[in-house]
Design a binder for this molecule. Structure first.
Ligand code: GLN
Length: 384
């Protein structure tokens, strides 16, 4: 095993392990964040058609032209971003590969990468795979970002900052002043902003602002997103990168050697979806998620957890101090086996496990009947 992995105690994904545990116990899986409802018919039909029409061989390594063009059009329409589909877009196998390819292309061993904490489980390992040193800064549910803390994390060795808004797992949607503060630091220290905006259409308060749209940021921002959450197709594994043309070459090379390309018929289907779904689709998506959020939030409060109502994405971090003295991993296992609801232990989102010992994360990307049943089961939790 690579030394960097051994010395960092590289472990398996707790999120994916909890899915396996949920399946073993037949529990409701509110651990891994994937929807249990259908993708839009237009995408499913387009995917089937693409396969039947023999779009079954490799697409161009950095993405099918139709999808790159549809994506550039969408960025222009939604955010006024000028994106050249020929030189600035790379299509990857999910945003997970996008993040890994970007960091492998841009970050050298010994460089520092600023990461907000708690963080989506993959970012730490991504930085370690590059030999980089992650530097963590707190971002808590229901609290504003401490910009002085962020400034303190920047040094002469900082190469990049990873931003994720709407945020998994905190539910924060970074506001314009917060993003302006981060952008100012990136400009001052000549740092690359790598922003994961996979939940860009799932938010309940404020607005989604791509940091690339702030002054002087287009040339120093890599914007990652993907089809998984917007079109409820997490299993299709299609992610996207928009970057300055100057860095796209390096990113495309890493992506090419890692995966050659994302699935061709599914790229075609996503292009069709992007071209044909209008704004009402995206508004309905967010509205339906708002209903699911409120249902789970109230259920958790009634069951005795303490938590904040998320502003975006589809997760709730819940403190279970009033319910149990168990550590997070044992409590999550108990909840899965005995109550029939799977969650993710909080420690997997922190660099120091003790920071997440009284927290678990629930995902609410599920139909209302399933969430109602989960809430009913959770109401049976008595102090353990
Ligand atoms: N992003 C989702 C989560 O945090 C799914 C993670 C995954 O397994 N790819 O649960």
């Amino acid at each position: 095993m690579k030394t960097a992995l051994r010395t960092h105690g590289f472990t398996e994904s707790v999120i994916r392990a909890m899915t396996r545990l949920a399946n073993e116990h037949g529990a409701i899986n509110l651990a891994q964040g994937f929807p249990n409802f259908s993708a839009p018919g237009v995408l499913k039909e387009a995917a089937a058609r693409a396969v039947c029409d023999d779009i079954n061989q490799y697409a161009i390594t950095w993405g099918a032209q139709r999808l790159r063009r549809a994506l550039a059009h969408k960025y222009a329409e939604w955010y006024g971003m000028e994106v050249d589909p020929e030189t600035q877009v790379t299509v990857t196998c999910g945003s997970t590969e996008a993040m890994a390819s970007v960091l492998l292309a841009m970050v050298d061993p010994g460089d520092e990468v600023v990461v907000f904490e708690p963080f989506y489980e993959n970012y730490g390992p991504d930085a370690i795979l590059c030999g980089a040193k992650p530097v963590f800064v707190p971002l808590n549910p229901g609290e504003s970002l401490d910009l002085e803390g962020v400034a303190g994390a920047f040094s002469s060795r900082t190469r990049a900052i990873i931003i994720n808004t709407p945020n998994n797992p905190t539910g924060r949607v970074l506001s314009r002043p917060e993003l302006e503060g981060i952008a100012e630091l990136c400009r001052r220290h000549d740092v690359l902003a790598v922003t994961d905006e996979i939940y860009e259409h799932i938010y309940y308060e404020g607005e989604h602002i791509p940091i690339a749209t702030l002054p002087g940021m287009a040339e120093r921002t890599v914007t990652i997103s993907g089809a998984s959450k917007t079109y409820s197709v997490t299993g299709w594994r299609v992610g996207t990168i928009v970057s300055p043309a100057a860095v796209a070459g390096a990113i495309r090379k890493v992506h090419d050697f890692l995966t050659v390309g994302a699935p061709a018929p599914l790229q075609e289907a996503i292009a069709v979806g992007m071209e044909s779904l209008d704004r009402s689709y995206y508004q309905t998506l967010a509205n339906e998620y708002r209903g699911r959020r409120d249902l789970l939030y109230q259920g958790l409060i009634d069951a005795g957890f303490s938590c904040q109502r998320p502003e975006g994405a589809y997760y709730i971090l819940a403190d279970f101090s009033d319910l149990s003295d168990l550590p997070d991993d044992e409590f999550a296992r108990w909840l899965t086996a005995e109550i029939g609801v799977a969650s993710v232990p909080g420690s997997s989102f922190y660099s120091r496990p003790e920071l997440g010992r009284k927290i678990i994360r629930f995902a609410f990307c599920k139909t209302e009947p399933m969430l109602e049943e989960a809430v009913r089961r959770l109401s049976a939790v008595k102090r353990v």
